[in-house]
Write a protein that binds this ligand. Structure first.
Ligand code: NIG
Ligand code: FE
Length: 391
């Protein structure tokens, strides 16, 4: 197996809990990649010999970013809806149906090439692991083919048939839940690892969400939830009661929600691109972190509520608007985001320690702080995925 030494690293963010500091950072560092794995990490002066060497030029190296929440399988865009919001029209989840119509009309090839382009866009910005949801098909055929497309791009696929009730079931939401938990789940489960529900007024209530999660878990999928995005609601507490790994959005939380998150260990995944694009208040990351809640950040890349694919942009917003330190935000898009996808095990991602997958980001900057300090600047100078240079 070929080994490569990456040396002269100004700051190496390892997220190794056995090293000092919030990010286990090593200065004047080096790292050895062997095959698709990290083989060695330490000070450059102690580095072992390797087959090849790459000089990082004193720049920072971080774990590849993990985007644990995206909706990349869709057709069309909703730029006009965004423009209307910027002149005062509020965001409404009903806009999802516009994308459903466009997605149903698109071919599999169109859906795949569009989603693949977005995955490439993410990769260029440092995202080496991405979760992709269905949710713009909302029929047995269109959800199943959305997931078949997603599965060609990632192993982290999520069945989101319970996104909204499609127009043809407007008068029969119970019938739609029966479809989602029956034939649609049967067609989709082979393509999915996770099951998600949009638990929100105007989408699905707590009982419906429970029914969908019960059915999904019985089919071998693991649950996640969209909750407390547009207003207070029962979704976050439901996620905590069920011991879900993560609950996403968490914008409107009361004290009981925060206590439940802390006590259950469920990760709160915050999606600040949504609040940027809907002009809602940003979620209060500081309150959650101070309460002892684990916080991840993700893009939620989708054509309606947030059409950014950029983790660096989300990270910068979280630092500027949500009270996170740059180190907390970097941890939230690497190790904690990996944990939100159950990828934080010894052979997982999100930390640069021996045995983990060699997914790395080289910044055109000396430290991780620059990601928030220089917002909007394309600082990602190189990306390795599974030990291979891809950017
Ligand atoms: O995560 N919250 C629900 N679903 C998406 C929005 C989808 C859309 O507006 O098209 C989200 O924000
Ligand atoms: Fe979402």
């Amino acid at each position: 197996m070929t080994s490569t030494l990456l040396t002269n690293i100004g700051e190496l963010v390892t997220n190794d809990p056995d090293r000092a500091g919030p990010l286990g950072a090593v200065e004047d560092a080096a790292l050895v990649v062997e095959g698709d794995r990290i083989a060695w990490v330490g000070h450059a002066a102690d580095a072992p010999a390797a087959d090849a060497a790459v000089d990082a030029g004193g720049r920072a190296v971080l774990p590849g970013f993990v985007d644990s929440h995206s909706h990349l399988v869709f057709a069309g865009d909703r730029a006009q809806e965004f423009a209307a919001r910027m002149s005062g029209t509020p965001y409404a989840a009903g806009g999802i149906r516009t994308t459903v119509a466009a997605t149903r009309a698109a071919t599999d090839e169109q859906l795949l090439s569009h989603a693949a382009r977005l995955v490439q866009e993410m990769l260029r910005q440092g995202t080496t692991t991405v979760e992709i949801k269905s949710g713009y098909g909302l029929s047995v055929r269109d959800e199943a083919r959305s997931l078949a497309v997603a599965r060609q791009l990632t192993e982290q696929t999520t069945f989101l048939g319970a996104h909204v009730v499609p127009p043809e079931y407007a008068d029969d939401p119970a019938g739609y839940v029966a479809l989602v938990t029956g034939p649609m789940l049967e067609a989709c489960a082979p393509h999915a690892r996770w099951i998600d529900v949009f638990c929100e007024t105007g989408a699905f209530d707590a009982d419906q969400a429970r029914a969908v999660l019960d059915a999904g878990e019985a089919a071998g999928l693991r649950g996640r939830l969209h909750a407390n995005q547009l207003g207070p609601g029962p979704g976050v507490r439901l996620a905590c009661e069920r011991g879900l790994l993560a609950v996403d959005h968490c914008t409107y939380l009361d004290d009981a929600d925060v206590d439940a998150l802390r006590d259950s260990g469920t990760i709160a995944t915050l999606l600040p691109g949504v609040e940027f694009s809907t002009r809602q208040p940003y979620p209060d990351a500081r309150r959650l972190l101070d309460a002892g809640v684990r916080v991840a950040l993700a893009s939620d890349c989708n054509p309606g509520s947030c059409f950014t694919s950029s983790i660096p942009f989300c990270l910068a917003m979280a630092v500027r608007e949500m009270g996170m330190t740059p180190a907390e935000a970097v941890h939230a898009v690497t190790a904690t985001a990996a944990a939100a996808l159950d990828l934080d095990g010894a052979d997982g991602v999100g930390r640069l320690v021996p045995g983990r997958r060699a997914d790395l980001v080289l910044l055109d900057a000396p430290t991780h702080v620059h990601l928030a300090y220089r917002p909007g600047v394309p600082l990602v100078a190189g990306v390795w995925q599974g030990g291979r240079p891809v950017v």
